[in-house]
Design a protein around this ligand. Structure first.
Ligand SMILES: Cc1cc2nc3c(=O)[nH]c(=O)nc-3n(C[C@H](O)[C@H](O)[C@H](O)COP(=O)(O)O)c2cc1C
Length: 180
């Protein structure tokens, strides 16, 4: 079945490790016939949620105008959401976390999303042991949202732009995309 897939990336570094990971995933998903939209949250203007609880009351998801209001329609269309992020301080990048925080607007606005499945692809400099925080957070979010977790890919040991090119992880990401 063709799935509408939103790949939400978190790095401000265009062409960086997680960006390449996202593109490999998208290559696989597109080859398998899925409709994929890539949204680079890491390069957007995203503020934290202000907890004003006025979401959707002013004709837009967030009452404060930032790029979440152009991301929200993409989330509303998606069947699958895929988070692809560098590990920043043991969790999502702040930009991607801000986009996730603002998904609160769907709850306050009473908008039921059709997203049913999710995945996480994350890369970082250190070894696998430091990814437990983001994995737990991601699993909690998926469980709370009643998304079926379709898997996580941890890519350790990559720091400089392009480090991931000398690993096998792009092939793994492409296969994950193919199998959604
Ligand atoms: C602000 C910041 C925080 C980071 N925190 C961590 C961290 O907690 N653990 C880690 O292993 N790497 C950390 N890193 C390294 C990045 O995760 C790593 O360089 C990654 O490959 C960057 O991905 P990108 O090329 O997609 O931006 C951090 C980098 C930055 C800039």
């Amino acid at each position: 079945m063709k799935k509408s897939t939103l790949v939400l990336t978190g790095s401000p570094r265009v062409g960086g490790n997680s960006d390449l990971l996202a593109d490999a995933f998208i290559k696989g998903a597109t080859a398998a016939g899925h409709e994929v939209v890539k949204c680079e949250a890491g390069t957007k203007n995203l503020m934290g949620c202000k907890a004003c609880d006025t979401c959707y009351r002013k004709g837009k998801p967030c009452s404060f105008d930032d790029d979440f209001n152009s991301i929200a329609p993409l989330m509303e269309k998606a069947d699958v959401i895929v988070f692809v992020t560098p590990l920043y301080w043991f969790t999502f990048s702040a930009q991607l976390k801000a986009a996730i925080d603002k998904m609160y607007s769907f709850i306050i606005g009473g908008k039921k999303l059709k997203i049913a499945e999710s995945m996480l692809l994350v890369c970082g400099n250190d070894d696998e042991s430091v990814f437990d925080g983001i994995i737990n957070t991601y699993k909690r979010i998926a469980c709370y949202q009643k998304w079926t977790d379709r898997g996580q890919l941890i890519v350790p040991g990559v720091h400089n732009k392009g480090d991931i090119l000398s690993t096998e992880y792009l092939v793994v990401a492409e296969k994950m995309g193919h199998n959604i």
